[in-house]
Design a protein around this ligand. Sequence first.
Ligand SMILES: *Cc1c(COP(=O)(O)O)cnc(C)c1O
Length: 239
Amino acid sequence: MTDIARNIQEIRERICRAALSSNRPAEAVTLLAITKTIPVETIDEAIAAGLSQFGENRVQEAEPKIVHFQATPDLKWHLVGHLQSNKAALAARLFDFVHSVDSIRIAEKLHQAAQEMGKVLPILLQIKLEEEETKSGAHSEEIRSIIASMAEFSALRLNGLMTIPPYSEDPEEARPYFARLRKLSELLESEQAGCLGQRHLSMGMSNDFEVAIQEGATIVRVGTALFGNRSSGWSGSPI
Ligand SMILES: *Cc1c(COP(=O)(O)O)cnc(C)c1O
């Protein structure tokens, strides 16, 4: 068994325990492996060990990897990083799922590109829950106008919400943000009469995915815990 296979097994067990500890079925949580800076050889190992959903945070870095794996059946590629409007068309072509829609402008660009390709692209709205936070994401007040405009974007399917809480060593510090995202999702669901589609919650990373699962995450985005520390090894440029 390779290190990667062992890591995957361990993370799956932790996902399972976190789900059971909050009375949720383990199958309700998708493990999304974040492969930014990770070379295709390592991704091969992850595929061999049973992973099929991968996330990248930069369109340009992702392109050669996604092209490399084009012939590998049943892989899904998720864009989890901030999207600039000039990369939206390429993103719509390459990715199966975009987690980082945070403005009407980006949604419109993705819609136009997806429509031209005859593709329906599932998306999540990235929510910024903290005022001081430098990270991208729409404020909860902007969310309603983005959701309202989704009616025009027939080539997009709104499937839920995503957030990145402010970084903290202590996963418990992230818990209130995860809980707020879940409550916001429930509120929007009731206001929009089910228009949030599958109501995915993409939240939780290597250091806090168990807490995120306890608060309702349906997709956890895990990089370091699967592939090791990006800054101290593997190949690829640092973030
Ligand atoms: C890098 C990244 C992750 C994974 O982070 P780890 O701490 O390595 O698990 C998750 N989500 C986004 C948006 C990222 O950019």
